[in-house]
Design a protein around this ligand. Sequence first.
Ligand code: SF4
Length: 364
Amino acid sequence: MAEERKNVIDPFGTSVISDYSHLFEEFGIQSISTVINKITRPGRYLRRGIDFAHRDFDKWLKKPEAAMSGIKPSGEFHLGSKMTAEELIYFQKEFGAKVYYCIADIEAFADNGISLEDGREFAVGNVADLMALGLDMDNAYIYRQSEELRVLRLAYLFGKRVTLNTLKGLYGPRELGLYNSALIQSGDILSPELDGLKNVLVPIGADQDPHIRLTRDLSQKFKEEYGFLEPACIIHKFFRALNGDSKMSKRDPSTYLLLSDSESVARKKVMSAMTGGRATWGEQQKLGGEADKCVIYELCKFHFTDDDKRLKEIHERCVGGKIPCGSCKKDVFDNEILPAMRSHQEKRAQSLEKARKIVDGKTT
Ligand code: SF4
């Protein structure tokens, strides 16, 4: 008998979500369809249903003050980091929100054993990626957790009103360091409110929802002292690994693209990615490919094809059985992925010097 596939949510480990519809009840979140018609120019993730759920996004839209996220500095930007960064940039450009971006170096130490010094070096590259993607640094605040005293102070105070059982319920049995870093993340998320920006939106992957639940709860427990409002969030689906797994795993670098990959490495990864092609070309001509199961199509939909008309063409030629997978992959790599990666890498190289100053706290 086939084993029933369940959703596994672990913000510190590997999550598998086989059915997003279950999450609405499980998390108490709302469908994005309740808000989408209030947005004049929805970004790529919104208009394509990749952002599928939210908490209080409708309230945030009435007064969009801040958008907050961060990165664990443990490696180069992959496509998951790119998603969150692009969401922040969209909310900054479209709604004028101030972006807060945390370099979660304490979490990188607690979760991955990466020293603060090594985390700082990764962070320089990560911030350069953020700048290359288009973040306006004049309306942004970037900081390292280990240096942000007000966040650390909040986390310490939060410990007074949260029990071990609550943390166990949200995260399972963990070492103290990870519980600590969860409290620090709550401090990160609420820190824009210390600057008077009370309406904070956090774009997250579905696996990060426990952090939002904890933070919303803490915001109410400390409302009297700090006047916190509950942060809003918008939740996106996972981009799958190139081999078709539900979530990218950093354990196997051949299964995910890095924005820093060389042309030859990226091409090899794309040409070996899982497709929705049929067993033979004859069958594919007859039945059409399964674009909606194909990682190559997903690369276009999530990341590299902003033009909806072009995306539709790629979908139609696939399901109409008009192109073999090998030719489709080559076309997508040469015309969608490679130009975007080259342009990104050039901009990133130009941003490195400024990124180092930002990480070292010498500007912004
Ligand atoms: Fe994927 Fe392209 Fe093959 Fe369709 S034709 S299954 S989109 S690689």
